[in-house]
Design a protein around this ligand. Structure first.
Ligand SMILES: Cc1cc2nc3c(=O)[nH]c(=O)nc-3n(C[C@H](O)[C@H](O)[C@H](O)COP(=O)(O)O)c2cc1C
Length: 329
């Protein structure tokens, strides 16, 4: 399938794997790229620019296909070494960057100078337009369903994607709630030119995370995510567990007096506990409502091939039949 997204990134299928903290290692990114999508290494997970350089080199040994790096710009008192990470990306010759969080404007000249394609992930039409205005090549439009940070507007993809299509000139992918061929065809119908998946890619053989996480995703339903940190205006969609219940109880009790320190035990240091040790009650980790659509743990290639075959069948059979019926009537 050819779209402006496959052309932009030089990939076979219009499927991107979004950056995922402590999931987006070389194993994950290379598996997605080898299967014809765009795999993404999560920059900040590497901790230092030096480690990111090594991870990019490791990924190169696992794939000769294009892959990218995610750079998440967090509001932090002591920010990570962003200049160092940007330099590491440029010097490693990576040609695709997924930015997220704060506006990446400051880094655009350096990235564009290096010939890097930038896809910015945002949760609103106004931020998408801003991304277009500052020279991003594409946008990943992240609906309210998404795992991770859906923003504070709460607009689901059935509205957000066609609104983005009404306003944007640059291509965009649908992000949040995407799982299968139905998602891809729906995303295309709503104006997107591909899709970005996070949660779905975690439940694959190659995802370098504890088996308990994959099992939890297969067991979870669409009712099992919760929104945390809304009172701090840093809303995150996570899979429910005992730690999350404790956190939500604090939010109820403390109301608008709550501070980050109050909930630190349920959010700080949780990723290593979950992803490496499989301690599933440790606290909040990003997970989308799409968990309800995850019923197995295939290889990444099986997943992507299945998505493309299903999308093709929907377009050429089911939808063609419906259109044919209308023409015949
Ligand atoms: C475990 C996990 C960690 C994530 N970490 C990041 C991150 O560090 N930076 C980022 O931009 N997005 C992050 N995301 C968001 C994904 O890149 C993607 O936008 C999101 O998962 C899409 O929604 P979906 O989960 O419904 O597919 C994360 C998502 C998950 C599930």
């Amino acid at each position: 399938m050819k779209t402006r997204i496959t052309e932009l990134f030089g990939i076979e299928h219009p499927i991107i794997q979004g950056g995922m903290h402590m999931v987006g290692y070389a194993e994950m990114a290379s598996a997605v790229s080898n299967a014809g999508g765009l795999g993404i290494i999560t920059g900040l997970t590497q901790g230092t620019p030096e480690n990111l350089t090594k991870e990019i080199a490791r990924c190169r040994e696992m794939t000769d296909k294009p892959f990218g790096v995610n750079l998440t710009f967090l509001p932090a008192v002591t920010p990570p070494d962003y200049p160092g990470f940007v330099k590491a990306i440029i010097e490693s010759g990576v040609k695709a960057v997924e930015t997220a969080g704060n506006n990446p404007q400051k880094w655009m000249p350096a990235l564009k100078e290096a010939g890097i394609k930038v896809i910015h992930k945002c949760t609103s039409v106004r931020h998408s337009l801003k991304a277009e205005a500052i020279g991003c090549d594409a946008v990943s439009v992240d609906g309210f369903e998404c795992g991770g940070h859906p923003g504070e507007d709460d607009v689901p993809n059935f509205i957000l994607l066609p609104r983005a299509a009404e306003e944007l000139k640059i291509p965009f992918v649908a992000s949040g709630g995407m799982a299968d061929g139905r998602s891809l065809v729906a995303a295309l119908a709503l104006g997107a030119e591909g899709m970005n998946m996070g949660t779905r890619f975690m439940a694959t053989k190659e995802a370098p995370i504890h088996q308990n996480v994959k099992d939890a995703l297969v067991a979870a339903s669409e009712l099992d995510t919760r929104l945390i940190m809304r009172p701090l205006r840093n809303t995150e969609r996570v899979l429910n567990n005992a730690g999350v219940e404790r956190l939500l109880e604090k939010e109820r009790t403390l109301g608008d007096k709550i501070t980050f320190a109050d909930i630190a035990p349920e959010v700080a240091g949780v990723y290593p506990a979950i992803m490496k040790k499989g301690e599933m009650d440790a606290g909040g980790w990003s997970c989308g409502m799409v968990a309800g659509l995850i019923h197995d743990t295939p290889t990444v290639k099986e997943l992507i091939d299945r998505i493309m075959a299903e999308a093709d069948a929907i377009i050429t059979q089911r939808l063609a039949r419906l259109a044919g019926a209308r023409v015949a009537a």
